[in-house]
Design a protein around this ligand. Structure first.
Ligand code: HEC
Length: 155
């Protein structure tokens, strides 16, 4: 848990620094792939293994649930930066067409951010049915991108 918090703070700082300094251009494709995988895994872990399980009654609601929702919402802010040209490397499932559709990616990222922000609000209420509904809405936003831009097999 502690390492997740630290990593998220690190990622958030990294993305801010990158936005300020244009550092993403310097990222190698491999590094960008590793960063993307880490960010996606972190969001998946928070959404499905932490919040989703609470909604299903398989895990107790608590401060960790709120922290997971916060982490998810923080990482979601970086989504549009995770697909730089050259990062559709071997082993990745990123559809290389992503780099041709920056506006569409921006829209899908913003849509996802709206759902993770709403999920954070829902999680803070502690109401399991609200949390469940907001989890599903977020899941749909993630899937809207995955169905179009995540390949079924690795490159
Ligand atoms: C704008 C597009 C987009 C959005 C939005 C998006 N993803 Fe992804 N996601 C991808 C792509 C592309 C990959 C494949 C990345 C790769 O293999 O290089 C991926 C991969 C993943 C993976 C697999 C990571 C691995 O270990 O290979 C998980 C888990 C994941 N996403 C979770 C999420 C969750 C949860 C959300 C919503 C909160 C989300 N994603 C939103 C595009 C997106």
């Amino acid at each position: 848990m502690r390492s997740t918090v630290v990593t998220t703070a690190f990622l958030a700082a990294l993305s801010l620094a990158a936005v300020a300094g244009g550092a993403f251009a310097a990222d190698s494709g491999q590094a960008a792939f590793a960063k993307r995988k880490h960010a996606m895994d972190e969001m998946g872990h928070a959404l499905f293994l932490q919040i989703g399980k609470v909604a299903k009654g398989q895990l107790h609601y608590g401060p960790d649930t709120v922290q997971a929702a916060q982490t998810l919402n923080n990482v979601a802010q970086t989504i549009a930066t995770l697909f730089p040209p050259g990062s559709a490397v071997k082993g990745s499932r990123m559809n290389p067409d992503i780099v041709k559709d920056p506006q569409k990616i921006e829209a899908l990222a913003m849509q996802t951010q709206a759902t993770t922000a709403a999920l954070l609000v829902a999680v803070k209420t502690g109401d399991l049915s609200k949390i469940g509904a907001a989890t599903q809405t977020a899941d749909k936003a993630c899937a809207a991108c995955h169905t179009q831009y995540r390949l079924k097999t690795k490159l």
